[in-house]
Every structure is written in C-alpha cells, then in structure tokens.
Design a protein. Structure first.
Length: 503
C-alpha cells in the first residue's frame, strides 16, 4: 500500500509538470464543450483531436486525450438539461429529470447537481482505479500468447453477449473490422494482402486515425445533420454565488444513491462492451429503486440527475482499467486511446507498469487533477458553455469537417488517406442508418493485429495444435467465458420463447 501511495504521489507530481497541467486544463475545457454539443461526445472529440497530440510528448498527449474524455462526461449533462438533447448517449438518462427541472426554472439546480455528482463519481472511481490497477497488471504478467489471444476472443464475445445490439449485426461489424485490420503486409511472410489491385496506399494498412476520424467525425456529422430538425430552445441559466451555496446543500439528498451509482458505474465500465451508457442507466434505475419517492422520477427529481452523472463518470475511469492493464479497451473512446498509444510506440498491457512507470502513474495522477479541474471549470463557465450551444449548427459542422480533413491528412500526408476517411465517413453513416453497431468494428481494427500475432505465435509454438488454448488454465477460462457469453443471448431467447409458449 505504501508503494502505491508513493507511486501515486510521483504520478501527481508528474501530472503537475507545466506541459502536462496545461494539457489537463485544455483537455477538460475542450471536453466540456465537446460533451455539451449534440452529435459530438467523447468518442468523436477524441478521434477528431487525436492528430493535434503529435505536437507534444506521448505522456502529455494521452493526458490531454484522457482529459477530453473526462470533460466530455461532465459536458453531456449541459445540453441534456438545457436543450433536452443529450450531448452523447452517455447522458441520455440525465434528460429524464434534468429537462423537467430546467422547464420548471431550476436549471441551475440540475447543472450544479450534475457537476457535483460527476465529481463524486470521478473521485470514487479514480481511487478504485488506483487500488485495482497494480494487482491486475501483476496478474496479467502471467499471460503468454495463448492467454492474450483468449483474452481478445473474450473481448469480442463480450460485445456479442452483453452489447445489447442485434447479434448477427454485431458479428458482421466485428468481421468487417477484422478484415480491415488484415489489410497491408503479412506479419510473418511480409507478402501484401488485400491491397485491392496493387493500390500502394494500402501497403501500410488502414491507418487507425483515418478510420476513427471518418466514422466518428464525418459519419456522426452526416447523421446529426440528417436527424437534427427544427430549432431547439435553450433555457436560460442564471448562476450566482448564492444559488451555488444553496444548491450545494442539496448534496445530502443524493449522496447515498450517487455513491452507489459511482461504484456500480465503475465496475460496469471495466466490462469491454458496457461503457458509460448502460452504467448511467443502471445508476438511474438504482436511484429510483432505493428512493423514498420513486414516482417523482421523470418529473424533476434531483437524484435522477445526480445518479446517472455519477455512473457515467465512474464508468469512463473504469473503462481505462482493462485498457492500461490488459490492453483491452473498455469503451469505444478507450479503443481510440489504445490506438493512439500504439501509434506513439506505447503498448498497453502489464509490461507498461514496469517499462513506463512514469507514463502510467502520470496518467493516473492526471485523473485526480482532471477531476478537480473539470468540476471547477464546469461550475464557473456553465453560462459560457450554454451560449456556445446557441451557435447555429451550420457554423459548427463546417468547423468540425475542416478539423477532420486536416486530421486525416496529417499522419501520412497523402490524399489516399483523406479519400479513405471520407469513404469511412459514408460507411459509418450508413451503419448508423441501418442500425449496425460501429463500436465492435472499431474494437476489431484495434485488436485485430494484436489477436493475429498472438494466434500465430501460439500455433507456431504448438505446431498447429488448437488444443493449446484449452490446455493452459487462464486461456481455458477465458475461452469458456467467451463461449458462455456468445451462448447467453441464444439461451435467453430460447427460454423466453418457451416461457411465452407455456404461458
């Protein structure tokens, strides 16, 4: 325990270095704006701004992106409460009671409750992160290629079993991602594969940055332009020191459910397919279940704002745990963070703690600082963020497109990647329109090369025997869990059908 405290203190000092601290403040501010704007959200914000991070060292870059992720979790509540439109799916549950509070002239109460609950959720989750990360990383050191491949299979199975989407569509999305991940040069023979008629641009494979910006930048903007119709009313928010102090007294009303939602949100966030959206909905459901007045939920209960905000903030930190310790992203946003780390030559996993301790503990330390910085910026600048929301989308959309084009061109400086980015944008838009989940494809293109390498190393070691994945205890357990997760929806559907026939 003493060593963890010492490492944490060194990490906080690392995060307080001038460059890193500026990145935290800048990232939290941008994250709040990104989270507040309908159609953006943490995934899109991190994907669009990823190229900017090449201007700073890797540690400052990841701290900046993590701060955007953190700030976006806070920011989603702003548009949910003032517009009735969630900035991202993670803030959907906040609309249920946040919007009625705003309509009744209590927008300041809802926004302050969201900020304070986010701070509580963030604080609890970073403490849990600090406690769980080192032992999980130490356990993961026992992983060889068979265990790594089995873990990758488990990550894909989690999306299929717990993702909540149409199973055939989820599998299709994963397979598309794996095909895209295979483009380029064979990792053993060096032979080109899937380069579509000797197109030289494909020899270096699909640049993850191009895919991320295309799907989450261009694709999401096309979707938002189609689905955003008519004018939206922004409710005025008046903030003063007196209203702040009066609303802080409300904390005792929701501290219990907020704490419970934070713990639940953290552990839900660690699941590779869950993320912040189900965590916030579960936290809302728990708050309603344990409330003395459940009928008031949906009509303007402040606990209905606090609980989901605590849940989604806790889940965002929880999703970083498997990414840092195992190299398995816990959410679409952490999948982009994982891709960025690989671009910078940092391979997430257990060895990261021993090979790059300054980076790991600097990142963990930055979460503590980002949590405090974000709540202060949020409370101080809520009126400013609300004014930004009144900008016409006709101004915001072109700005985002320009950032996307620059971001797609910057890494390789070839027009091939720019055209590819637009193609992925159209594909991402069509996937959304046809209700195909995009996150599994993004996960697959990140994990695909890692899974292929582990699979081929394992088969070379066993001389082609597939039994190597069930002979070793850890890989056998992972494979069994993966099989159970894939079977779970089928069994559940069969039992429901049998029950309905019996009834």
């Amino acid at each position: 325990m003493e060593s963890i405290v010492a490492l944490l203190v060194s990490g906080i000092l690392e995060a307080m270095q001038p460059t890193n601290f500026i990145m935290i403040v800048l990232g939290c501010t941008i994250g709040l704006l990104v989270g507040a704007m309908p159609g953006l959200g943490s995934v899109n914000g991190v994907a669009i701004l990823l190229p900017i991070t090449f201007l700073v060292p890797p540690t400052a870059a990841i701290i900046f992106l993590a701060a955007i992720y953190y700030g976006a979790m806070y920011g989603g509540a702003i548009s949910s409460i003032t517009l009735g439109i969630p900035g991202a799916s993670t803030a959907v549950a906040t609309v249920f009671d946040g919007r009625p509070l705003a309509q009744s002239g209590k927008a300041d109460r809802a926004l302050i409750a969201a900020a304070i609950a986010s701070f509580i959720g963030g604080t609890i989750s970073v403490i849990l992160f600090t406690l769980f990360a080192p032992p999980l990383a130490a356990f993961a050191l026992k992983f060889g290629p068979p265990e790594e491949f089995a873990l990758m299979v488990l990550a894909f199975a989690t999306f299929i079993g717990l993702g909540g989407d149409d199973i055939p569509k989820t599998i299709f999305s994963i397979l598309i991602g794996l095909v895209l991940a295979a483009i380029g040069l064979d990792i053993i023979s060096g032979q080109p594969r899937l380069i579509f008629g000797d197109i030289s641009g494909f020899l270096h494979g699909i640049n993850f940055l191009v895919l991320a910006i295309g799907i989450y930048g261009i694709g999401e903007m096309l979707w938002t332009l189609e689905t955003t119709k008519g004018d939206v009313t922004v409710h005025k928010v008046r903030m003063s020191a007196r209203s702040l102090m009066n609303n802080l007294r409300d904390i005792r009303q929701y501290i219990g459910t907020t704490t419970l939602g934070s713990v639940i949100g953290y552990f839900v966030g660690t699941l590779p397919a869950a993320g912040a959206t189900p965590a916030s909905l579960m936290a809302y459901g728990l708050a309603k279940t344990f409330s003395r007045d459940p009928d008031s939920f949906g009509k303007g209960n402040v606990s209905g704002v606090a609980a989901p905000e605590a849940g989604n903030n806790a889940a965002s930190t929880g999703s970083m745990l498997p990414m840092i310790t195992l190299g398995i992203p816990g959410s679409p946003t952490t999948a982009i963070l994982l891709g960025g780390m690989i671009i910078w030559g940092l391979r997430p996993g257990p060895l990261l703690f021993s090979e790059h301790p300054d980076f790991v503990w600097g990142l963990i330390g930055s979460l503590y600082i980002a949590n405090l910085v974000t709540v202060l910026i949020n409370l101080a600048f809520i009126p400013v963020f609300v004014k930004v929301l009144t900008l016409p989308f006709t101004i915001l959309a072109p700005t985002i497109y320009i950032l996307c084009v620059v971001g797609g061109y910057a890494p390789t400086q070839t027009m091939h990647d720019v055209w590819l980015m637009f193609l992925f944008g159209i594909v991402g838009y069509l996937l959304r329109k046809l209700n195909y989940p995009v996150a599994p494809a993004v996960l697959a293109i990140v994990l695909g090369p890692l899974a292929e390498r582990s699979l081929r190393q394992s088969l070379l070691a066993s001389q082609g025997e597939m039994s190597i994945f069930v002979e070793r205890p850890i890989s056998a357990v992972c494979m069994f869990l993966a099989l159970a997760l894939v079977s779970y929806p089928v069994i559940r559907k069969f039992l429901n059908k049998r029950r309905s026939n019996g009834g």
